[in-house]
Design a protein around this ligand. Structure first.
Ligand SMILES: [Zn+2]
Length: 94
């Protein structure tokens, strides 16, 4: 298969922009099998996106910690809330 997209360490059918777009679905396990395979393939050859996702996951952890009530630290933050916060953050960044 021809290399359509050049990534930092090789080629992929998915661009870094696509990875950004599919990141939420990937982390919540909602990607279709084919898209997931392309996503993982891109990560395998793109250190930039691997680093980006690592930072993204760390920001989720920080976000959860920040929104946890000090008297209620054992209660998990609803994923919907986390996603809503991250969604809002992404819109601000663009
Ligand atoms: Zn990439």
């Amino acid at each position: 298969m021809a290399c359509r997209i050049q990534a930092s360490e090789g080629c992929s059918t998915m661009t870094c922009r696509d990875v950004d777009q599919f990141l939420m679905a990937y982390l919540s396990g909602e990607l279709p099998a084919l898209t997931h395979a392309q996503f993982v393939t891109h990560l395998a050859i793109c250190s930039t996106c691997r680093r980006y996702i690592k930072q993204y996951q760390q920001s989720i952890s920080v976000g959860k910690a920040a929104f946890a009530e000090p008297t209620d630290v054992l209660s998990p933050v609803p994923d919907d809330l986390v996603h809503a916060i991250l969604d809002a953050t992404r819109h601000v960044e663009r």
